[in-house]
Design a protein. Structure first.
Length: 339
């Protein structure tokens, strides 16, 4: 996707996507990067240092890319797309910082997380600062529909975070609970990015809704795959410790379906392990083996493919053109990626 995310050999699909994204929105995406750098600059050195540490850690820039592609597909890659691409990436960065504090995650994209390096107090405050900067930029933009879209998404994300915490504490998360969480948390924000792009591009209401629906389904597929990689990915490529979701007490789809399919004795064993403070590597290995035995990851992968297919169907509201093809390829990439 962006050069920062490509520090290894690319798959043919990634090569194709990188070429298409670069040709269609490359200069505007580069301007977004420059705007992010300018916005992170502060007279308070810790804000600049911590913010740059997270924002420059090799992220895929999926959200601004989606915003820009949707704007261009809708008719206009207006200059304000640069500011709004910066807004959504800063908001995303703020959520990553806060998520790592909540999860006490030691790594983010293969590097020490902000909270591991600077502490939770500094991380929370800088995350709050990035939220504030994002909404200050939104006020400068002055588009009520865009502001309402992001306000709705951020409320949805925080509701999902609290509900996820409730489910974690209860020790019970059903598949419907899980899908509600990722729809409200990851998918609502990705849908907002696509909706904003459509609004900026001047799409009619039915096409604005179509791109938002594409984004929501893409976001669900993205998160299902992301959670599945925690069980099977190569740790160096994933950029975080394998089994980190398990250590944080998260019940994601591969584990949820394993609990449904396991014997009562195995269910008791899984629940006992998940309640243990500080899961050992041996316990992680045992849980991963059970997930493999009951095909938890293939089940999740099949569900992700269904949502990716639903997302691509919404693109049929647009005439065939390269931007539409690239958005469809992004859905394929989301379910095929290995990190």
């Amino acid at each position: 996707m962006t050069p920062a995310s490509m520090d290894r050999a690319l798959t043919p699909l990634e090569e194709l996507l990188k070429e298409k994204v670069g040709r269609l929105v490359g200069p505007t995406l580069a301007a977004c990067e420059a705007e992010i750098d300018r916005t992170l600059a502060s007279t308070v050195p810790l804000i600049t240092e911590l913010g740059n540490h997270v924002a420059s850690a090799g992220g895929k820039r999926l959200r601004p890319i989606l915003l820009l592609l949707c704007a261009k597909l809708s008719g206009s890659l207006a200059p304000r797309s640069v500011r709004l691409g910066c807004v959504v990436e800063l908001l995303h960065t703020a959520t990553l910082i806060h998520d790592d504090v909540v999860d006490q995650a030691p790594l983010r994209r293969g590097r020490p997380s902000a909270n591991a390096r600077w502490g939770s107090d500094a991380s929370i405050l800088v995350g709050d600062h990035l939220y504030s900067k994002s909404f200050a930029l939104l006020v400068q933009d002055g588009d009520r529909a865009v502001m309402e879209t992001l306000a709705h998404a951020t409320v949805s994300m925080t509701e999902a975070e609290v509900f996820q915490l409730e489910r974690k504490r209860s020790g019970i998360t059903t598949e419907s609970d899980y899908l509600w969480i990722i729809r409200k948390k990851t998918a609502s924000f990705i849908a907002a990015c696509c909706r904003i792009g459509a609004l900026v591009g001047g799409a009619p209401p039915e096409q604005v809704d179509a791109l938002a629906a594409y984004g929501e389904n893409l976001g669900i597929a993205f998160q299902i795959v992301d959670d599945s990689l925690d069980f099977i990915a190569d740790e160096a490529r994933l950029g975080k410790a394998i089994g980190s979701d398990l250590r944080e007490g998260k019940r994601t789809l591969p584990l949820i379906v394993t609990l449904e399919r396991a014997t009562s004795e195995e269910q008791d064993r899984i629940q006992s392990l998940l309640k243990s403070p500080g899961l050992s590597d041996g316990a992680i290995g045992e849980l991963r083996a059970l997930v493999a035995r009951y095909d938890g990851v293939p089940y999740a992968a099949a569900r992700a493919m269904v949502y990716a297919k639903k997302g691509k169907a919404h693109l049929e509201n647009f005439a065939p053109r390269e931007e539409r093809e690239t958005l469809a390829l992004l859905a394929d990439y989301v379910v095929d990626r290995d990190r």
